[in-house]
Ligand binder design. Sequence first.
Ligand code: NDP
Length: 332
Amino acid sequence: FNAVPEDYPVPGETTVYDTSETIDLENVSLNGGILVKVLVLSIDPYMRGRLREPGGEILHRMPPFVLGQPLASGGIGVVLRSEFPGVEAGAHVRGLLLHQEYMIAPNPAMLEVLERDTRLDWSIYIGAAGMPGETAFMGWREYSDAKKGEVAFITTGGGPVGAMAIQIAKQDGVKVIASAGSEEKVKFMKEIGADVAFNYKTTDVREVLAKEGPIDIYWDNVGGGYTRRGHGICQPAREECGQISGYNTGVKPMKNPMLIVAKSLHVHGFLVGSLRPKYAATFNSEVVSKLASGEFKYTEDVTHGLEKVGDVILAVLKGTNTGKAVVRVAIE
Ligand code: NDP
């Protein structure tokens, strides 16, 4: 992490690829920890919130990245050496990994030893079968109160969170209106069952909602003007997952909170981490198996090489990623 961005991060300026430090894999001291070879890293919208000044505005639960230090994000690695009881060399671990080819994890208890369904690549475990998939499943189960025949509006429906939300909503017998920012994503949203799928860049959101609504459940990943339009057409139920439209330019306060009162809206914000203890086991049994069997679909946008991390962060924030954004650091 090289410099705090003013709005959108600038690859090569906000983040730089630095090869000056090396690790002696044979002799490096582990001090009771494990040596991990990093295989894949997840690039997520929330990372923008960590590219901030120390002590900057806390819109995110996670602390800012440290200037001059490597970034970190969800990832999967393979253990090369271990001095930690219960974690063997050869095991795969998932958790917050440094953006390095190799890392020493001083506290492996923070990482999860993971088994894989061989029908799924490891990278899926940081996408549809990982945090973004969990966000959709857990947030939907906890807050949607979905009933057959109700109508949901799901935004960023072509991404990993939105796509999983669409598929779970369809399982619950809900009519799904879904939006995304490209024709390719619109096609995918239709393939996974969205009843109405549209490109918000070329179609008027208000017109679609006026025709297809009113909405009972509003899965809001975007915020800003989108949220206002959604509020205007909501029945009394909705939930807040993300506010990506403001991550680079500043999240705008709600323009008219009185709408919440006037429409008796139930607004639920949540962070997936808080729902994990309640839903992790059900997620594994209900969702991961369906991904492996092909019943649930996903898309991935894989970029090779740590040096591309800055470009991928920008792609996610601009919406040019075509599926779950992952950086493949190494092949096993
Ligand atoms: P995606 O991989 O779908 O990437 C983000 C997408 O957001 C972009 O591809 C783009 O898609 C869309 N986007 C970007 N800027 C705008 C904008 N100004 N207006 C409308 N759409 C925009 O992301 P995820 O599926 O990983 O995450 C989706 C949302 O879920 C984010 O808001 C994220 O912060 C939130 N989230 C919340 C969690 C929680 O615990 N509450 C956990 C994980 C994610 P498009 O082509 O549609 O424009």
